[in-house]
Design a protein around this ligand. Structure first.
Ligand code: SAM
Length: 252
């Protein structure tokens, strides 16, 4: 597993061009735009339901640590006071943003139905970034796995546990750690910083993985190898700087 001192944009720069991509959880398409511009996908499916239901984000409304105190204002900085209207607007935004991109196919559906509707064993890279609770992430990954080509890659956003995790009931790190053990996947690389991306593959020697690693090796990025056994134990700590801002450090 290679720990790359750079953000997720630096990771996707290492993929070969003209791959078949899907992104599960699109929001306003800002990351999708980067994939289009940097990776030049041959096909790119964007799946999102572009709606918002509080029950999908708060399994235990009486539990103050898991969103209880937010009472329907979860992520209000992203979704505002009227999340359904905001999401409708986001959908229109993504539709017009990629209207001229013939390679982009927009699927408005919940993640499971959307992934199920995709062709089997068709995708080189599946980027999973929808609901971040453990059960949702795990199920998205289980469905996405059947859509990967042999040798394909799954990339996950918000692979993080530390301060702030409780606010979102963040379950990505837990779900990924479960998934890799159940399905014998391997950690290939992850980005630096809080709310990292992590790249996984069932076959760590596939041509796509080898090309990614060769490109990483030929880049000017700093990266280092770490035992896969350490990855599930990574935790982040927040340190306050003199100027009041916080720095998140991964602790191995
Ligand atoms: C974190 S945002 C995605 C951000 C985007 N990948 C990016 O990096 O710019 C999560 C998105 O997932 C979508 N989402 C959450 N749960 C979902 C579900 N069960 N089915 C489909 N989409 C879902 C939300 O509508 C939201 O737009």
């Amino acid at each position: 597993m290679f720990f790359v001192v750079g953000d997720r944009d630096r990771l996707i720069e290492q993929y070969p061009r003209n791959q078949v991509w899907a992104e599960i959880g699109v929001y306003r398409g800002d990351f999708s735009q980067k994939v289009v511009d940097i990776c030049k996908p041959a096909e790119y499916y964007l799946i999102d339901n572009w709606t918002f239901e509080i029950k999908d984000h708060n399994p235990f409304p009486d539990e103050a640590e898991n969103f209880g105190g937010f009472s329907s204002k979860i992520h209000w900085q992203h979704f505002g006071d009227d999340p359904v209207a905001t999401q409708e607007h986001n959908y229109q935004h993504v539709t017009s943003r990629f209207a001229k991109n013939a390679e982009v196919k927009i699927v408005r559906a919940n993640s499971i139905d959307g992934i199920k509707s995709l062709p089997d064993r068709h995708f080189d890279i599946m980027y999973v970034d929808a609901n971040h609770q453990y059960e949702y992430v795990l199920r998205d990954m289980m469905e996405a796995r059947t859509k990967l080509k042999p040798g394909g890659i799954m990339q996950m956003n918000d692979f993080y546990e530390g301060p702030g995790g409780a606010d979102q009931n963040l379950g990505v790190m837990g779900a990924v750690n479960t998934f890799v053990k159940r399905y014998d996947f391997h950690y290939i690389a992850m980005s630096f910083g809080a709310y990292s991306d992590v790249i996984l593959a069932e076959d760590p020697t596939s041509p796509l993985v080898m090309q990614f690693l060769e490109n990483l090796n030929n880049s000017n990025l700093t990266f280092f190898g770490m035992s896969e056994a350490l990855v599930p134990n990574i935790r982040y700590k927040a340190y306050r700087k003199k100027d009041g801002s916080e720095r998140y450090l991964p602790m191995f």
